[in-house]
Design a binder for this molecule. Structure first.
Ligand SMILES: *[C@@H]1O[C@H](CO)[C@@H](O)[C@H](O)[C@H]1NC(C)=O
Ligand SMILES: *[C@@H]1O[C@H](CO)[C@@H](O)[C@H](O)[C@H]1NC(C)=O
Ligand SMILES: *[C@@H]1O[C@H](CO)[C@@H](O)[C@H](O)[C@H]1NC(C)=O
Ligand SMILES: *[C@@H]1O[C@H](CO)[C@@H](O)[C@H](O)[C@H]1NC(C)=O
Length: 405
């Protein structure tokens, strides 16, 4: 089986590396990537535009030169989403170095909850902010949050799936449903006990780790402006690999390093936002303190170690003709504890390998973020044995170019 797969890959393999390989064409402009500033496309006052590689077809292998003395293979794993696998993108030493940097920085479980020892009395402004955030999940537009909508809010903001029973217990404890009609109005939310809410969420996280959508620890490493040679080399390699203007590469989020232990996982999710809802979901670029959306054009994920068993990256609906979100949720296909190995694309972790995909198409109007690719749904399967270290490199871009982005 493995042998025949390799055979097929060899047949499709085509060496595209030539002396002129570094010619990057961006819209009407052509420039040599040796000139680092040329692929900005800002030279004539226009804003930089996004660029998408050509996957040719599933199984196609392209050879790319990203650094001195080495040729990398870039294998197309899927066209929708456009998804590539690049073995040995990082060396053993580079992987170990990044793990060491992350260890020094310290890894934390993802929680947005305040420390229980902190003084957690909420100001009225903070309560208004919380309630506004909660009420934004009012899919039924009736001005109230149902238990179903509440569970969706918990899933989105706290990365946890909670049962109906948990929702009911919680509503009673935090007193968010005074009139007991099973619905939370804005008034009820404002008068509810926000400290009890935090305490209950912390209790759930501590006591039901396997129900968490995400079970891992992470930290962030700043790349742009860093003096670390490995991180700078990596950024340079990503620029050559993606052929994106350096503006996007250098103004993207920091590198996120994640560690999963046994049972560690991240159920299938999207890295980027679904749509552009005007001002409300303006993209965060450079400034993450603001209420804004993480508009992630691409994800480049690096495996930093060999996992003894499990820990694959799965794309449940890659290449699927018809996508029905309701059915995907109903069939629990996002739960990778159950549906890892029947996902349409499953990538095995291996130290140094990179897997890279596009979360959006490019808008043919703005040249920036276009339609969200619903087939980019993906996640990390359970680690069955050993531990798993990865790094996520998200490349951000806005939907529309505006001053201040
Ligand atoms: C996923 O499935 C497992 C196994 O059935 C279950 O224990 C877990 O609660 C599910 N997780 C979520 C987030 O639904
Ligand atoms: C970032 O956002 C905050 C909150 O909106 C704002 O006060 C601050 O000026 C912004 N910083 C930059 C560099 O844009
Ligand atoms: C999606 O699936 C649900 C449940 O099976 C069905 O009711 C709905 O009509 C489907 N939606 C579309 C757009 O096909
Ligand atoms: C942009 O794409 C849309 C949808 O694919 C298409 O309908 C439209 O004609 C295109 N516009 C231009 C200017 O190419």
């Amino acid at each position: 089986m493995l042998r025949s797969l390799l055979f097929v890959l060899t047949i499709f393999s085509q060496i595209i590396f030539r002396d002129d390989f570094f010619v990057v064409s961006l819209t009407s402009e052509t420039c040599s990537a040796k000139n680092q500033d040329c692929n900005m496309a800002e030279v004539d006052g226009a804003h930089p535009k996004l660029f998408m590689l050509d996957g040719i077809k599933v199984g196609h292998v392209q050879e790319v030169k990203l650094m001195e003395g080495k040729i990398h293979q870039m294998i197309t794993r899927s066209l929708r989403p456009l998804l590539f696998e690049i073995p040995d993108f990082l060396s053993k030493e580079e992987c170990e170095h990044i793990i060491k940097l992350a260890g020094k920085k310290g890894l934390h479980e993802s929680t947005t909850l305040p420390d229980p020892d902190d003084d957690i009395a909420y100001s009225d402004e903070e309560k208004v902010e919380h309630c506004k955030n909660l009420l934004s999940n009012d899919r039924g537009s009736d001005g109230k949050i149902s238990t179903l909508e509440f569970a969706a809010f918990i899933k989105q903001d706290f990365a946890m799936s909670i049962s109906d029973a948990d929702v009911e217990t919680m509503l009673q404890k935090v007193n968010f449903d005074k009139d007991r009609d099973g619905l939370i109005s804005e008034k009820e939310c404002l008068e509810g006990n926000h400290v009890a809410f935090d305490q209950y969420m912390r209790y759930l996280e501590d006591n039901h780790p396997r129900e968490r959508t995400r079970l891992s620890k992470q930290t962030w490493l700043s790349v742009t402006g860093s003096t670390d040679v490995v991180l700078r080399d990596l950024q340079q390699r990503v620029k050559l690999l993606t052929k994106l203007p350096k503006y996007f590469i250098e103004n993207s989020e920091d590198l996120q390093v994640v560690q999963y232990g046994v049972h560690g996982h991240y159920h299938a999710h999207y890295d980027s936002t679904n749509e552009w809802n005007g001002q409300a979901s303006r993209c965060c670029l450079r400034n993450y303190s603001d209420h804004c959306s993480l508009c992630r054009f691409m994800t480049v994920l690096y495996y930093l170690n060999d996992v003894t068993d499990g820990g694959e990256t799965a794309f449940p609906v890659a290449e699927e003709e018809h996508i029905n979100q309701t059915e995907i949720e109903k069939e629990d296909r996002t739960n990778l504890s159950i549906h890892c190995y029947d996902a349409n694309v499953v990538v095995r972790p291996a130290r140094g390998k990179a897997v890279m995909w596009y979360n959006h198409l490019i808008s043919n109007v703005t040249g920036l973020l276009g339609e969200h690719d619903v087939r980019s749904l993906h996640g990390g399967c359970d680690v069955l044995e050993g531990s798993k270290w990865i790094a996520n490199n998200w490349i951000n871009a806005p939907f529309k170019w505006t001053d201040g982005n």
